[in-house]
Design a protein around this ligand. Structure first.
Ligand code: AMP
Ligand code: TRP
Length: 333
């Protein structure tokens, strides 16, 4: 059966290896399957839930498009567009926010993490962020949503919102309940400086992540400086339980090669980190350096990037406009 794929990435700069291995690599595989209809959205409305510099935001929107294309998403096959260009997203979020319950949103762990200690000072947008995400997904009757592990809870909420709308207005199956597509083994890539923390755009130290724009020398240097432990590499998965850094680096290696942890473990068991790091740097540079070069090249082709967004906008507008129109009828406007 053909799948309707939808996913979004925030244009907040510093797209990194976690974004790639946790999400974008999966987007590319889904894009390559001829049976799928894919939509990949640059979620700039989500980005402004925390303060953004307008100039940087504009640049980051283009850089996200460039990254999608450089990683292998074909804009002729998949729709690529920016969320703010299609008004149905904001409107859909409002309509759905009248169905979503405070109690559901209060449980969202990402809000708790991002809002920090002083929740009173967080924007209302940061709190209602998952409702906008639900609108993104539901407007296109999406059946599958590829995301990293950290978005699982938001997807469950999206399913709850869809069901609640269907039940409340007695419109069976009006909104489809989408399935998350989360990589089994490598859905959480961790910081290179602390194997217990997620690799993240907002981490202060640039050494904590491999940015998708990092060149070969930078990659090699960051892997050299990545945190390890004093033991040689283990011979079983069990031994990795207490060794988060070793587990993360072996995970990155396996994921890049589309291999498994057990294969990588048997390749390096008993060896020291310097030998493994050399091999890991080699594989990383081989896979990521061409992507980094292509992103930089595309960033000089602004008109090409803007045309992709314009083309995507037209297609996304048409689909989402019809869904909003039906929502109006159902609600009674
Ligand atoms: P964001 O940059 O927050 O918009 O995330 C874009 C996509 O990358 C989402 O599907 C996230 O779940 C995924 N992602 C972000 N950080 C990581 C990470 N450290 N490991 C795996 N996936 C990630
Ligand atoms: N919230 C997601 C993130 O931070 C981004 C996102 C917005 C998204 N809308 C979406 C992901 C719809 C999947 C589907 O990563």
């Amino acid at each position: 059966m053909s799948k309707k794929i939808f996913s979004g990435v925030q244009p907040t700069g510093n797209l990194h290896l976690g974004n790639y291995l946790g999400a974008i690599k999966n987007f590319v595989e889904l894009n390559n399957d001829l049976e799928n209809d894919c939509i990949f959205c640059v979620v700039d409305l989500h980005a402004i839930t925390v303060k953004q510099d307008p100039k940087e935001l504009k640049n980051n929107i283009r850089e996200t498009v460039a990254t999608f294309v450089a990683c292998g998403i074909n804009p002729k096959k998949s729709i690529i567009f920016s969320q703010s260009s299609v008004p149905a997203h904001s409107e859909g979020a409002w309509l759905l926010s009248c169905v979503a319950r405070m109690g559901w949103l209060n449980r969202m762990t990402q809000f708790k993490e991002k809002a920090g200690k002083d929740k009173e000072k967080a924007s209302i947008g940061l709190f209602s962020y998952p409702v906008l995400m639900a609108a993104d997904i539901l407007l296109y009757d999406s059946t599958h949503v590829p995301v990293g592990e950290d978005q699982k809870q938001h997807l469950e909420l999206c399913r709850d919102i869809a069901q609640r709308f269907n039940n409340e207005y007695k419109v069976d199956n009006f909104f489809k309940t989408p399935e998350p597509l989360i990589q089994k083994e490598f859905s959480r890539i961790m910081s290179l400086k602390d194997g217990t923390k997620k690799m993240s755009k907002s981490e202060l130290s640039d050494l904590s992540r491999i940015n998708l724009t990092d060149d070969k020398d930078l990659i090699v240097n960051k892997i050299k400086k990545a945190k390890t432990d004093p033991l040689p590499l283990p011979s079983s998965l069990d031994e990795l339980r207490e060794r988060p850094e070793a587990k993360n680096l072996l995970g990155i290696y396996s994921s890049l090669l589309n291999s498994t942890m057990s294969k990588s473990i048997s390749e390096f068991e008993g060896k020291n980190f310097s030998e493994f790091k050399e091999k890991l740097s080699e594989v990383l540079a081989e896979k990521m350096d061409p992507i980094s070069k292509e992103i930089k090249k595309l960033m000089n082709e602004k008109r090409f990037l803007d045309e992709i967004l314009l083309d995507g906008y037209k297609k996304a507008y048409e689909i989402s406009f019809l869904k909003i129109k039906k929502m109006h009828e159902i609600i009674g406007f």
